[in-house]
Design a binder for this molecule. Structure first.
Ligand code: 5AD
Ligand code: SF4
Length: 476
């Protein structure tokens, strides 16, 4: 049977051209403006900060169409699942979720279920969903978020399922509506995509080539956030160090950090920096601006040079240490975290021991640790995934014990100290306990009177755990 939709192609998505990204402006066609009148939406978000920010864009677009956010998925007329494809487990969770939504669709045949995000970029996932999960009405990719009004309009009018996924994208769209989910912390995209092609990673295929936003657009977004009372921005990119390289101008991430710091937003963070290209201008900017937070996430992935080579990480164990030691030396008091994968194909016991000893060397404040997950379409998927599941699990456990040991050791320096906390909200476990983060990105649970979300408060630390701190607000 002929398909009336086009499947995405990871192969196509692999291609990179040298063309400068074109800048487009979003505008809403008149005929879409009442599409959401008396209708509600619900968005489920999986994965990384880029996805969180994309969900805020989807919410912004739906709000501009007249839809209203619903706190209850059962009451929604449109449900969007914004998916992650970085590991198999994340995909399986989404399929389970779509399965469970079938009941809602049976109860309300007018319900529109959309699948968005990185899974939508994979041909095999789209083919599976089109064939086996008929409750999904719309599939749109990471490059197609601004088509949401048109896709909804078409489905309402045609009652046909729609797929719109571009495998390649060269443009940057500005002026897209956004409804931010928090009123004190904001994600700010500085660039999209990734050109690093680490061999295990699907992201360069699902999010396209590296494209930087213009610095003026970024800075004016932060200035607006300052006016709206935001206390923190997190500058987002898969590899922020590459900022500006595609624009063909003499302006680096270090320059951008200095300019964003001048907006006087109280707290600036950035995610993620690759050890490659972490240059002195970045270190200078981080050191010279007190509103750039003392926290650096520097993924190592493995502590073994051979495995790093197979991962295409572009640095050896020694080169990583050289950079890490320099950062530690030049940025005293900073917290450092990392990402680590265990069980990459051919990872021997000795190679894994190198990863453990790298953690001993770096004494990270925390690490996000993962079991290698084979991603079809990536170069590593051609290697035999030869490590037994039980061995991978044992390695992960040993690694996690070590990570917890250093997390605890690092946290001891906060005992009895007074720290500044940006209040996020009331603790999930106890309504009299508030929570928030220190400049070093340490989670603090604390008690106090008249605490408001979005406030910067002083907290005396009374108890230290491996992954959080407890304390009491100091009344000033
Ligand atoms: N398997 C396991 N972990 C992965 N990551 C990326 N791809 C994979 C994969 N195929 C991890 C890396 C990355 C983090 C966001 O997810 O550690 O830094
Ligand atoms: Fe994936 Fe490597 Fe790009 Fe990070 S830098 S998104 S791990 S390819």
């Amino acid at each position: 049977m002929k398909k009336d939709y086009v499947l995405p192609s990871l192969n196509e998505a692999r291609k990179r051209d040298k063309n400068r990204s074109e800048k487009l402006y979003f505008s809403l066609e008149e005929k879409y403006k009442d599409l959401g009148k008396d209708k509600k939406y619900y968005i489920i978000t999986h994965g990384c900060q880029a996805n969180q920010r994309d969900s805020e864009t989807m919410a912004g677009i739906l709000d501009s169409l007249g839809y209203e956010a619903s706190a209850d998925e059962k009451k929604a007329d449109v449900i969007i699942i914004n998916t992650c494809a970085v590991r198999q487990g994340a995909e399986e969770k989404v399929l389970g979720e779509i399965g469970a939504l079938k009941r809602l669709k049976n109860e309300n045949p007018d319900l529109i279920i959309c699948l968005a995000g990185c899974m939508a970029q994979e041909e095999k996932s789209v083919a599976l969903i089109m064939e086996k999960y008929r409750q999904v009405d719309i599939i749109f990719g990471t490059h197609n978020i601004t088509s949401l009004p048109k896709l909804l309009y078409d489905v309402y009018n045609s009652k046909q399922r729609k797929v719109e996924v571009f495998s390649k994208m060269g443009e940057i769209v500005e002026n897209v509506p956004v409804t931010r989910f928090m009123s004190h912390k904001a994600w700010v995209n500085i660039m999209y995509g990734c050109n690093k092609f680490c061999t295990y990673c699907i992201v360069p295929y699902t999010r396209g080539k590296e494209r930087s936003r213009n610095k003026e657009d970024i800075i004016s977004e932060v200035e607006e956030l300052v006016k709206d009372g935001y206390k923190e921005v997190c500058l987002l990119g898969q590899n922020v160090n590459a900022y500006g390289k595609d624009l063909g101008i003499d302006y680096t991430f270090g320059n951008l950090l200095n300019d964003v710091a001048k907006t006087n937003i109280p707290r600036i963070r950035f995610m993620t920096s690759h050890p490659w290209d972490f240059d002195d201008s970045m270190i200078e900017a981080i050191r010279n601006n007190p509103n750039i937070m003392p926290y650096i996430h520097l993924p190592i992935q493995s502590g073994n040079t051979e495995i790093l080579k197979k991962m295409n990480r572009r640095y050896s164990r020694e080169e990583y240490f050289e950079l890490f030691d320099k950062l530690k030396r030049e940025l005293p008091g900073f917290a450092f975290t990392t990402d680590i994968i265990v069980g990459f194909p051919n990872e021997s016991d000795e190679a894994f021991e190198d990863t453990l000893s790298a953690v001993d060397h770096c004494e990270y404040d925390n690490a996000f640790t993962f079991i290698y997950s084979k991603r079809e379409g990536t170069p590593a998927a051609l290697l035999e995934d030869d490590i037994e599941r039980s061995v991978k699990e044992e390695r992960l456990q040993r690694l996690n014990e070590k990570v917890a040991y250093y997390a605890n050791k690092n946290n001891q320096r906060f005992r009895d100290q007074i720290v500044e906390v940006l209040v996020d909200g009331v603790s999930k476990r106890n309504s009299e306990v508030y929570s928030g983060y220190t400049p070093e990105n340490k989670l603090v649970n604390f008690t106090g009177k008249d605490v408001k979300v979005g406030e910067l408060v002083k907290v005396k630390i009374t108890e230290v755990m491996s992954f959080s701190l407890n304390g009491e607000k100091i009344e000033e």
